[in-house]
Design a protein around this ligand. Structure first.
Ligand code: FES
Length: 116
């Protein structure tokens, strides 16, 4: 991972470099960790989004699921979340996912560890 944020004021200290934009194609999911938190970053309908990486229903890594547009489907029991706001679109999960700030800039994807 790169550690240079340049002098861009939008990228404060809460942002972490995730990947090059070219590595995150439409409907791709990438997992990354900072400290004890796991995130999943996805590109849906052209935009990048970040949510917590572990399903709120039971233990499943959401990066192993599927993103179709903005619907993130858990690989274990197939709950569906809206990756834009973390809301549950279809059970069995009942609790929304935490949402984090995600920015695409100068060919790179960055995620804030601060909740969006
Ligand atoms: S663990 Fe994700 S729906 Fe059950």
């Amino acid at each position: 991972m790169a550690d240079s944020k340049g002098a861009n004021p939008i990228l404060d200290d809460t942002y972490t470099y995730v990947c090059a934009s070219s590595e995150l194609e439409e409907d791709d999911l990438i997992e990354f960790e900072t400290g004890e938190e796991t995130f999943v970053v996805g590109r849906g309908e052209g935009n990048v989004y970040a949510v917590e990486g572990i399903c709120t229903h039971a233990y499943a890594e959401l990066a192993d699921g599927e993103l179709d547009g903005t619907c993130l489907t858990c690989p274990l029991h197939f709950a569906c979340f809206d990756i834009r706001d973390g809301s549950v679109l279809e059970g069995p999960a009942e609790t929304p996912l935490r949402v984090y700030g995600a920015i695409e800039m100068d060919g790179s994807v960055w995620v804030s560890t601060k909740r969006g």
